[in-house]
Design a protein around this ligand. Sequence first.
Ligand code: NAP
Length: 741
Amino acid sequence: MTAAQKPLQRLVVIGLGLIGGSFAKGIRELGLFREVVGFDLDARSQALAVELGVVDRCADTLEQACQGADVIQIAVPILALERVLEHLAEMDLGQAVLTDVGSAKGNVVRCAARAFGTMPPWFVPGHPIAGSEQSGVTAANSALFRRHKVILTPNAQTDPQALALVEHLWRALGADVESMEVKHHDEVLAATSHLPHLLAFGLVDSLARHHENQDIFRYAAGGFRDFTRIAGSDPIMWHDIFLANRDAVLNILDVFTADIERLRDALVAEDGHHLLGVFTRARVAREHFSKILARRAYVDVMNSNNVIFLAQCGGALTGHLRVPGDKSISHRSIMLGSLADGVTEVEGFLEGEDALATIQAFRDMGVVIEGPQQGRVTVHGVGLHGLKPPPGPLYLGNSGTSMRLLSGLLAAQPFDSVLTGDPSLSKRPMNRVAKPLREMGAVIETGPEGRPPLNIKGGQRLTAMHYEMPMASAQVKSCLLLAGLYAKGTTSVTEPAPTRDHTERMLRGFGYPVTVEGRTARLEAGHSLKATKIEVPADISSAAFFLVAASIAEGSDLVLEHVGVNPTRTGVIDILKLMGANIELLNPREVGGEPVADIRVRSAALKGIDIPEDLVPLAIDEFPVLFIAAACASGRTVLRGAEELRVKESDRIQVMADGLHTLGVKATPTPDGIVIEGGAIGGGEVFSHGDHRIAMSFSVAALRAIAPIRIHDCANVATSFPNFLELAQKAGMHVNKESAS
Ligand code: NAP
């Protein structure tokens, strides 16, 4: 029989205050027991509890209350609990399940073990993370626990049925129930609840006592009110909690006191750098926390694949657009800025989640980074040898670039590190960097089949080497060059085909000598990086969607401003031009070592081509949208030598072929590419499998479709192109987010 089906006669609640009263009232309203009986030392609370409908009746003694109970909930102040447990231990409780709500669990478990001789298996300790500054039965609120967490701390001996029953009751009240070990519970609560209360009480008392004239409160603003709200909580209850959870509170208080001392020292020494470090890190942590608090806006969105784009057919693109900053250059600006001596100012930074993951990783390694704010970031470099051990694993979200580049850098640091990512990144191959790094002397462990997480052992002496890359990959090349900054001798990397050279260019921009001869890049350890100013050009990979869109949509004439046209990235332009696109580079210029231009694109009749294999690495990220160009072209387009596409954020060849099929386009995948016959595009439902570039590509396809296209799993567009929908609409596309149920 499950907990939910068990016929329940009597719930007894001992202690009819805020928490006990709310529990009793909520359960009574749900009718889960035939009777809810209360017991409280305070006769007035007992009378009020009946009057307010909190319980059916109250008993005069604890013995009378507990007779025939199925469940006994103890909700008395925590220091009163021992006495209650001793009293209960003297009674015959029959089959009753015992539980409690005490805010510190170690103390409860110790008291129970003392009272009963051992911790009874039918006692399930619990703690609702809910409350208010009010107390007493008049504050009882049956909705108090809705959408709040309740932590249960069972042990190995706890009876599973007793546990299931207690869980069932809390869930019925709308709570999210979790289990935790007692010690962990007490440490977590000491840090997140008890310490803040101690500080709030302490601060208000200190100001009140030391500022006799009380002016301080008269002029106190919102910050003071927010910070000290919890000093209005029940003093007796908190007195009890601090004594009950003394050890865990002392531990965290010591950590905090040392940090406050350090802040004080920084203030004495006018060490603004330290202050800024603490404040910028705290702000990011707080923002992250606020997002977690806004569950609907965060957890649900992040977990939901079902952000749907609805792209209506037709439209023409006109006007001037500036797409967001280049992702590759944004990543590298943070990495090299962090390793430089001095302060690097970055403008045009892409505020997508991938590049933000890189910022967070360097913050975790002690680098002070201000921003990003409207594309501006200030990086207070720590020098090549100034990174600090991160407090825990570095979480890199969905960003393969961060993981692969950082692995080279971290392999050479004096400390150990662990690199992790989201489920999608955790499936991507990392041996391509781990293997050559090991040849340089790095000690790196990967997960099964060379997947993340990466465990990197610090303190290794790397030796430079020459590496002939088996595949063309800018990430592998960059990873090895970054490791080469620390490796004894000259590190050189030869690529089989040209790949992005942003790392080489930017290293030089930071004053680090790099030589490039043919397809070999070479550098030597022993130099340093000097802080600089970086203006990140607009990302050609983002511009690519509009290059194809304006080419295929009749009547289009669009200018994309300030786009990075690094020759290792312009494969998409070359391929489109071979297909007959009308693309002009206006006002070419060089900004911070990177070539930049405005790009004018007008509609043109495209034709199918055999894509030259040497252009493949130069357009590797742009193929999903180039497949759309191919679908709109006359004749057949053939892509070869692009097996890399199968291990991107998704198997881009298969996922695109599936979507194109749905739209009535003939697309035949091959092991290393695809063959696409141009023709009419229909409408329908397609799936991006969480791949942002595929989601945007099918939005573009709708310009030539004969019916609307609904694209599933579009949440990840925010990772690479946060304002895609806004810009697409501004340019003349009819694509919108559809709210999914
Ligand atoms: P409360 O409003 O002060 O209620 C406690 C009630 O228990 C009072 O009516 C008190 O009566 C009664 N009581 C005291 N000793 C008793 C005894 N031996 N037998 C029967 N009744 C007794 O406190 P609360 O806020 O509900 O807190 C109760 C428990 O919940 C505490 O263990 C606390 O740690 C935990 N908790 C509180 C919060 C919160 O935010 N308030 C959150 C989570 C957990 P008198 O008034 O006569 O003393």
